[in-house]
Design a protein around this ligand. Structure first.
Ligand code: MN
Length: 258
């Protein structure tokens, strides 16, 4: 039996499970809120064209409007000024969109401290237990933040000092971008950077370092709790928006069960 035939049989038989890591996309999907001097991203909106009515008697369809960075989405290298000459989302090689992934669970730490930051030593300690980060694969950073995805207020967790959501330290961001073998970083929060990253040195270090290194981001993932720490195959499927900086994406994890 060929490898793909065996794979298809395992999918049909349930020994490989598909876990959907994508947040539902609707007008209620939380979006990032920047300080008022900056342009704001659009929420997702449906505009009904017809629904089995005079506008189209046998068919239902919609237009939609959305930000590229709305909901579960993919950050392409050209999203950040450090990657301005890098790939747009349509130019990301398709072969890089199917890759192994590991899950680092820091949900307990993030529950205790919403400003929790992942450090290089946390990743090294995880590697000591589970093995090295995957070559050409994803580091998926579980923080439990997906439980807040029903509420814009809970998801952004902002007060008068700004948003408070977990992220990555500047040193760890630089290390992931420049030294770690991963192709990208996936998170449960509204962006790959911590809520307080506007005041880090450099500001927004994940965006600056990852995009500047030609790597990728995936945000607003959910259901990471259903994944094992290792042995995941991730399918990240952004739309090929020509010259786009990112796209809402369907993100699926394939996991062996039993
Ligand atoms: Mn983004």
């Amino acid at each position: 039996m060929s490898t793909l035939s065996a794979f298809a049989a395992a999918l049909a038989g349930g020994s490989i499970e598909v876990v959907d890591l994508t947040a539902p996309l609707s007008a209620q999907t939380p979006v990032i809120a920047l300080p008022p001097q900056f342009a704001q991203t659009a929420r997702f909106e449906l505009e009904e064209l017809s629904r089995y009515d005079d506008r189209g008697p046998a068919w239902y369809w919609n237009n939609f409007r959305t930000g590229e960075h709305t909901g579960t989405h993919f950050d392409a290298p050209n999203h950040w000024v450090t990657g301005a000459d890098g790939d747009d989302v349509a130019s990301v090689p398709a072969a890089r969109l199917v890759a192994p992934a590991v899950v680092l669970d820091f949900s307990a730490e993030a529950a205790a401290d919403p400003d929790f930051l992942l450090e290089v030593e946390h990743v090294r300690a995880w590697e000591g237990e589970h093995g090295l980060l995957p070559e050409g694969g994803w580091l998926l950073y579980r923080t439990g933040w997906d439980a807040r995805g029903e509420s814009q207020q809970d998801f952004l967790n902002a007060d008068e000092t700004g948003p408070h959501t977990p992220g990555i330290s500047p040193e760890c961001a630089r290390w992931l971008a420049e030294e770690a073998p991963v192709v990208g970083l996936g998170v449960e929060t509204v962006g790959t950077d911590a809520g307080a990253a506007h005041s880090f040195d450099p500001p927004f270090p994940c965006h600056a370092a990852l995009m500047g290194s030609g790597k990728y981001g995936l945000t607003q993932l959910q259901n990471l709790a259903q994944l094992p720490p290792t042995g995941v195959l991730l399918v990240a499927a952004p739309l090929p928006i020509v010259s786009g900086s990112g796209s809402p994406a369907r993100v699926l994890a394939l996991v062996e069960r039993g």
